[in-house]
Ligand binder design. Structure first.
Ligand code: BG6
Ligand code: MG
Length: 224
């Protein structure tokens, strides 16, 4: 594994890492699944993490063998309904929705002169960061609208390293989704998975939750 001392930058996923919007996305998609008569389960919810809006809808329809039953216009309308429901949940967000330890970790990274970038698949990420009061930490953010491929393709995390003018080997990516960890690994960066170690088995480093995300713990995990 890369040495801790070689790391110069951190590239963050947003939903489920910085804030628990993963729960809001899941809630809003569950509503759509009910609407179109697709049976929901926890595995489907996990499989949607990190996946773009339209790809998420396709996955849900496929899960219920309904992928051919909707026109493009109907799919767009379903995705818009989901997003409106999601945005209603986001409207109530404040800095209280930042996951435990994240603000201290970001401040610590900044004071140690690490470079920071955001690599979220969400088109709502600028709004969410603003609601949380964290926009100033992320001057560099990959615009998901400019990507050809979604996670698990490495494009988004490779682009993050480019924005920071760093080699991938100098970057750590932080993710809560299995496809996100795959994306970081495929970009040849060091991956930190936050959450269930079984789901995130491919991560170079795993922390059960964000309270474990500290420079000391990362250094320990990389240099042992
Ligand atoms: C990812 C979330 O960050 O963004 C997914 O994990 C979501 O659940 C995706 O579908 C796209 O988000 P949005 O806000 O553009 O619909
Ligand atoms: Mg996520």
């Amino acid at each position: 594994m890369t040495k801790f001392e070689d790391i110069k930058g951190f590239i963050f996923d947003l939903d489920g890492v910085i804030t628990d919007t993963a729960v809001f996305h899941t809630q809003a998609w569950h509503q759509i699944a009910d609407e179109v008569g697709v049976q929901w389960n926890v595995q489907l919810g996990d499989a949607l993490k990190g996946i773009s809006r339209m790809d998420s809808l396709e996955l849900i329809l496929k899960h219920g063998n309904k992928e051919t039953l909707f026109t493009e216009a109907e799919k767009l309308s379903l995705a818009t309904t989901k997003n409106n429901n999601y945005l209603m949940l986001v409207q109530q967000m404040t800095s209280a929705n930042i996951l435990p330890g994240i603000t201290d970790f970001l401040a610590d990274l900044q004071s140690h002169n690490y470079q920071l970038a955001l690599a979220s698949a969400s088109k709502n990420s600028p709004l969410v960061l603003e609601k949380l009061g964290l926009s100033s930490f992320f001057q560099k953010a990959v615009n998901p609208a400019t990507l050809k491929h979604g996670k698990p393709n490495p494009e988004i995390f490779s682009r993050g390293a480019e924005l920071l003018n760093l080699n991938p080997a100098q970057c750590i990516g932080v993710e809560d989704a299995a496809v996100g960890v795959e994306s970081i690994n495929a970009a040849n960066e060091t991956s930190i998975g936050i959450g269930d170690p079984e789901i995130l088995a491919d991560a170079n480093i795993n922390f059960e939750d964000t309270t474990r995300l500290t420079l000391a713990n990362i250094k320990f995990s990389m240099n042992r």
